[in-house]
Design a protein around this ligand. Structure first.
Ligand code: 13P
Ligand code: SF4
Length: 350
């Protein structure tokens, strides 16, 4: 449990963290990547933390892997690598630094540890969970296998190491359909995201896809009715949805893809107006790169992703905490499922 009284007092003694407009102006190159969404007075509060974190990373031979849902000051200020879940897993296999600081949720940090057992993996807030990862256990996988004998289990990376270890192969939102299509069996068990599975079932009609009833608390909140209402008022806006949304929502969208797929779509199409049907930081993180695009409409915040802050990242590097530990026997089995996914993704991409 993080004790903020101790953390703040310790950090204030070790680093100059007072808000500074002068420092913010000196760091104008970093601010320029987010000035459409982060006003200068806010950046003046972040700048001392960004400076301290970037210095500590170098001193401690650490690298920061950050998911696309991190806030702009993390995404543009301190991350060494940003990406979707698949990209972060692939990048984790290439890390040379001694320490990985995972800015994302716990299953992402576990995935980095599984792929890099010899490295120290830190997560700035160990309680950053995920409603999908919490929805299934290894017993749930055994239940599904008993119900559908002989069917392979494809588990979303949004799962614990134990669940990965009990699965045949992992997938992410960017490769789920291709992985399901590439497996030789007719019936495929997908866990734990029922909506991702239903979206895959629509795209891969030759397979009998069966699923576990988990869902993402961020994406399940969108409804087709909301999107239709929005489109009626804004017919020119491109609606871009993550595949963790229910299929009825994806059906209303102009495009559906992983978080990096969404960024690539905006980069390619440069629509005058876009509504990203996903986590709120997505639009904020790309707002400066695409000034010609007006990002419209509501978004939903992931309370787990938002647990990661600059203050906690600085503490993680300063104190070497929280270290992610995965039982080596479980990690070895989970690695097989994750590496199978990475390998199959590479083959499919060729
Ligand atoms: P991707 O970045 O792989 O699209 O995943 C989204 C997500 O919800 C991660 O928690
Ligand atoms: Fe989990 Fe959804 Fe948050 Fe992603 S956005 S970490 S799937 S709860």
């Amino acid at each position: 449990m993080l004790d903020f009284t101790v953390i703040r007092a310790t950090l204030a003694e070790a680093y100059d963290l007072a808000p500074s407009l002068t420092l913010a102006q000196e760091m104008a190159d970093i601010h320029a990547r987010m000035d459409r969404v982060v006003p200068l007075p806010d950046f003046a509060r972040y700048a001392p933390y960004i400076r301290a974190i970037n210095r500590l990373k170098a001193e401690k031979n650490a690298v920061i892997l950050a998911h696309n849902y991190m806030t702009p000051e993390i995404y543009h200020g301190v991350a060494d690598v940003v990406g979707d879940s698949l990209q972060l897993a692939i990048e984790a296999t290439k890390v040379e630094a001694e320490t990985i600081v995972q800015c994302g949720v716990h299953f992402m940090a576990e995935t980095s540890k599984i792929l890099n057992p010899a490295k120290r993996v830190l997560i700035p807030d160990v309680t950053a969970g995920c409603s999908l990862a919490e929805s299934i256990t290894a017993e749930g996988i055994a239940e599904m296998r008993a119900k559908y004998p002989g069917a392979p289990v494809v588990s979303y990376v949004n799962t614990t190491a134990e669940v990965k270890a009990a699965s045949d192969i992992c997938c992410t939102s960017s490769n789920a359909a291709q992985i399901v299509a590439a497996l030789p069996e007719d019936t495929i068990i997908m866990t734990p995201d029922q909506y991702l599975a239903q979206n895959v079932a629509r795209d891969v009609p030759q397979k009998n896809v069966v699923w576990w009833a988990g869902s993402c608390i961020v994406h399940e909140q969108y409804t087709a009715e909301d999107l239709r209402g929005f489109r009626a008022g804004h017919p020119e806006t491109r609606i871009i949805a993550h595949p963790e949304c229910p299929p009825s929502v994806v059906a209303e969208a102009d495009y559906s893809g992983s978080t990096s797929g969404i960024i690539d779509y905006v980069a390619r199409e440069k629509p005058a107006q876009a509504m990203l049907v996903t986590e709120c930081s997505m639009a904020s993180n790309i707002a400066d790169a695409y000034p010609e695009v007006e990002f419209m409409g509501p978004c939903n915040m992931c309370p787990y992703m938002k647990k990661i802050t600059l203050e906690k990242i600085l503490w993680a590097l300063h104190a070497g905490a929280e270290e992610v530990v995965v039982d080596p026997a479980i990690a070895a089995k989970a690695r097989v499922a994750v590496e199978r996914m990475i390998e199959l993704s590479r083959t499919i991409a060729k």
